[in-house]
Design a protein around this ligand. Sequence first.
Ligand SMILES: Nc1nc2c(c(=O)[nH]1)N[C@H]1C(S)=C(S)[C@@H](COP(=O)(O)O)O[C@H]1N2
Ligand SMILES: [Mo]
Length: 157
Amino acid sequence: MKKLLLTLFILVGTLASAQSVKVTGEVATPFTLDKAEFQKFKLVSVVYKDKSGKQHTYSGVALTDILKKAGVTLGAALRGENLTKYVMAEAADGYKVVFALVELDQEFTDKQIILADSVDGNALPATEGHFRIIVPDEKKAARSIRQVTALKVAFAK
Ligand SMILES: Nc1nc2c(c(=O)[nH]1)N[C@H]1C(S)=C(S)[C@@H](COP(=O)(O)O)O[C@H]1N2
Ligand SMILES: [Mo]
């Protein structure tokens, strides 16, 4: 019985962690973004071309809004040494990509990189996980990281 309970706990823990994104590092308030938290943000949609050239509409939340909630140095504070900060996105399969903080700041660019939870009006397929970053208007799809589990803000060394 004890063993069964333990297995159950581990299983539930694994499922729950995969459904959320940890926001940590050079942030004022680290937090874990779960589905309930996600729904509180402003919803945005972007058009994305997949590897085969097919267009899709992904919806979710601007990365900049998520980082703002964590108290990352954006806007007026994105100057001086803060210009060397980056965000590392990590996925469940070990894949990682980085974005310079300035790529995510609406005072620097109109381009919106989002953390998506739906595509063409449906929940993301299991292969993409609960959350996928979508980088619109990039010639390669490589930074549109699936199964995102963490966003880590750091200074480039
Ligand atoms: N987690 C994760 N995300 C990933 C990858 C990966 O290996 N793992 N591959 C990337 C690469 S190289 C490409 S080309 C696109 C493919 O996405 P698509 O199926 O939308 O074309 O996913 C990107 N996101
Ligand atoms: Mo790729």
